[in-house]
Each structure stands twice: as C-alpha cells, then as structure tokens.
Design a protein around this ligand. Structure first.
Ligand SMILES: [Fe+2]
Ligand SMILES: [Fe+2]
Length: 231
C-alpha cells in the first residue's frame, strides 16, 4: 500500500500511467471485438460486444483524465511493473483460443484488474476526480469478472476448474517470462559493471608495474653493426 501510494502520489506520473492504461484498455477492447466476431455463441457475442464497448469507454476516460493531469511535459519514472493496469487483456491471442479458455483467461485478467483498481482507488485520496473515475471503472470490471465466470460455468460445467487452472498456469508463465526478461537486463548491466570493477584493476596494476620496470628517459639504442662486411 505505501508503495502504491508513492507510485500514485506524483501528478505527472499519475498522468502518464493513466495514458498508458488507456492504451491497454483500448487494446483489450479491440481483442474483445475480435472475439465477438469469432464466437459462434450468440449470447457470448452480445456480452463480448458490451465488454469491448466498456473497455473502449475506459480507454477514453483514462485518456481524458491523463491529459487533464498532464500539465507540463517531462520524463517521469512510471514504475509500470509496480502498478500495471488491466494487463493481460492486451496480450490476448483471441484467434487461437476456444470460448472456454478465453473466458477462463478473461475471468482471471478481470479479477486481477478489479483488485488492482480497488487499490488505486483507495490510495488516490489526494485526487478525488481520478478516484471517482477508478470507482466507476471498477464497477464495470466487477461485471466483466462475474459474467466471464458465469459463462465459463455454462459452457464447461465439468471442466471449469481445469480451464481456470490452465489459464492460471499460462498467466504465471507469462509473468515469469516478463520478470525473467527484466531480470536479464538488470543482470547484464550488473555483469558488465562487475567486469569493469573486478577485471580491470589487475590489468591496470600489471600495466603500471611493467611501466615501472622500463628505464626512464631515452634508452640507448643497440650498438650499430660494423659496416665492414656486407653481412
Ligand atoms: Fe477495463
Ligand atoms: Fe475489463
């Protein structure tokens, strides 16, 4: 909580985060429109379309509020890994999933988003307007969370547990990849720094010692060979 409070305290950072969230929501909206096109289930199509509209509206809300807050320009540390938005929806591969696995994945993403947005709402005491926006969006996310769960139960009454389990594993794997990539970047920098500080000094020392062994000033050239013979 104190961490989130810190992340959201700065108005500039808040603005940039909201603009980033707007992109994620819009991505999610596009994926859901595609899912609505692909499904053969009429009631799912209706729900996906409504869901897509919700996400597009969220994108618009985030964008508007972000622009309002963004009074001055400048690069700010966004701390995205600390406070991601409705992540997961943006890297959805709609075409390759069945309705069941899509619903399971959506349910988990929406649940995570709802949890995060509730935290953001709670730490935004200093910005009542943004807090109210999160509270409004949170209602939609809770609806998304519950309709996906109910539809999963309707389509796969017996396999719903398995579907959720598989989706959870896939999400964990993606999180692992994300963390591993970030960690690899950090470790790479660290290794270079270590090499610089651990390997360079001995060589510098050796070079210094070798330099000390050299006689100072000009050294006498080898004696010239006698020029009497041609050899
Ligand atoms: Fe959303
Ligand atoms: Fe959502």
């Amino acid at each position: 909580m104190p961490l989130h409070r810190w992340v959201w305290a700065d108005a500039q950072r808040r603005a940039r985060k909201l603009l980033r969230f707007a992109e994620t929501e819009a991505d999610g909206g596009r994926h859901l429109s595609r899912a609505a096109e692909l499904t053969r289930d009429a009631s799912l199509r209706r729900l996906y379309l409504r869901h897509a509209e919700d996400e597009m509206r969220h994108a618009e809300l985030f964008r508007r509020r972000g622009r309002e807050l963004l009074a001055s320009r400048g690069r700010v540390f966004e701390a995205n890994w600390l406070a991601p938005g409705e992540r997961g929806l943006d890297d959805l591969e709609v075409g390759s999933e069945s309705d069941e696995s899509l619903l399971a994945f959506l349910h988990l993403s929406e649940k995570a988003a709802a949890g995060r947005f509730a935290v953001y709402r709670d730490v935004l005491g200093g910005d009542p307007q943004t807090r109210a926006m999160f509270a409004r969006i949170l209602e939609d996310e809770e609806f998304h969370m519950s309709y996906t769960r109910k539809q999963l139960a309707r389509l796969a009454p017996r396999r719903q547990g398995l579907r959720l389990w598989t989706a959870r594993a896939a999400r964990l794997w993606r999180t692992y990849l994300r963390v591993a990539t970030a960690l690899a970047g950090v470790l790479g920098t660290l290794m270079l720094a270590l090499q610089y500080f651990l390997l360079l000094p001995p060589f510098a020392l050796l070079a210094k010692r070798a330099a000390r062994r050299e006689p100072e000033g000009f050294s006498r050239a080898r004696a010239a060979p006698p020029l009497k013979s041609q050899y």
